[in-house]
Design a protein around this ligand. Structure first.
Ligand SMILES: C[S@@+](CC[C@H](N)C(=O)[O-])C[C@H]1O[C@@H](n2cnc3c(N)ncnc32)[C@H](O)[C@@H]1O
Length: 260
């Protein structure tokens, strides 16, 4: 009997540790079916077998399913709010911040965080933990080289201050790279960093099922200090934020009131 999508999800979990069942099915299945067709495989089982031996195919699969689109200063008005409203409020009670950029993709987001934090702190006092499930994209993030489009939204003074540019490419300066610790991390199954003052997790929860999201919000509550802030993406407002002991601080920013 041919392997169906259920069997495929099981086989992928065994092979990669990634639970496709936690991602919205219609969207994910459509993407993966088109990838599989494009590689000229006609059924799931053949494709899974090929993934076991073909590193190019395996990396392509991980890349494709994870959707790595990112850019610096994505949705500028929210970063302005972070700079002008959220960080000043957080710095009222502490001198340093523990910051986690979850699902950081190519590093645009954690490096943006460093630039904004540098308005308040010297670079040597800034540490951002940045995590993603995709090991290849983490290598790109550590390399820190970007095209013009990636930095298109970033204020010019940040581009001049934090990059070396050559031939329309932009390389993050070493002293900014040193502020970010990149780590492999699966939001669905790994232990979360603790005692965070700020968690930035944007444009990944949209891909997850409701059930997976509920678990992640609960884990974010545990990860944050009381009074800590969760910064989400523009299409990711948390409807039942009370359920996780969050309250709205600003649109797209939630403050933890107490432990669950
Ligand atoms: C669309 S990007 C968002 C990047 C960035 N946060 C932003 O908003 O620009 C989604 C990222 O989520 C990561 N991702 C997908 N599933 C994940 C999981 N289970 N755990 C951690 N990261 C995951 C992908 O590898 C990808 O880099």
């Amino acid at each position: 009997m041919l392997m169906d999508y259920e069997g495929f999800k099981k086989a992928i979990y065994e092979l990669t540790g990634i639970d496709l069942g936690s991602y919205k099915e219609k969207q994910m299945k459509r993407r993966l079916d088109s990838l599989i067709n494009r590689n000229n495989y006609s059924d799931y089982e053949q494709y899974v077998n090929a993934l076991k031996t073909d590193a190019r195919l395996y990396n392509e699969f991980i890349n494709y399913m994870t959707i790595n689109v990112s850019e610096f200063y994505r949705n500028p008005e929210q970063w302005e709010n972070l700079k002008n409203l959220i960080l000043p409020a957080l710095f009222e009670t502490t001198k340093t911040l523990k910051v986690w950029s979850a699902a950081c993709s190519s590093g645009d987001e954690p490096y943006t965080l460093v630039m904004i934090l540098n308005e308040f702190l010297p670079l040597r006092s800034i540490k951002v933990i940045a995590t993603d499930i995709d090991k290849e994209i983490l290598c790109k993030a550590k390399n820190g080289i970007y095209n013009e489009k990636s930095v298109g939204n970033l204020p010019k003074e940040y581009i001049n201050k934090y990059f070396n540019s050559k031939d329309n490419m932009y390389e993050i300066k070493e002293e900014v790279k040193n502020c970010v610790e990149f780590k492999h991390h699966n939001l669905l199954s790994d232990v979360y960093p603790q005692e965070c003052d700020l968690i930035v997790c944007r444009n990944v929860l949209i891909y997850f099922t409701e059930e997976a999201k509920v678990n992640i919000y609960k884990k974010f509550n545990k990860s944050l200090k009381t009074g800590g802030i969760l910064f989400v993406g523009s299409t990711e407002q948390i409807i039942m934020y009370n359920n996780y002991n969050f309250r709205t601080f600003q649109t797209f920013f939630y403050k933890k009131d107490r432990d669950l």
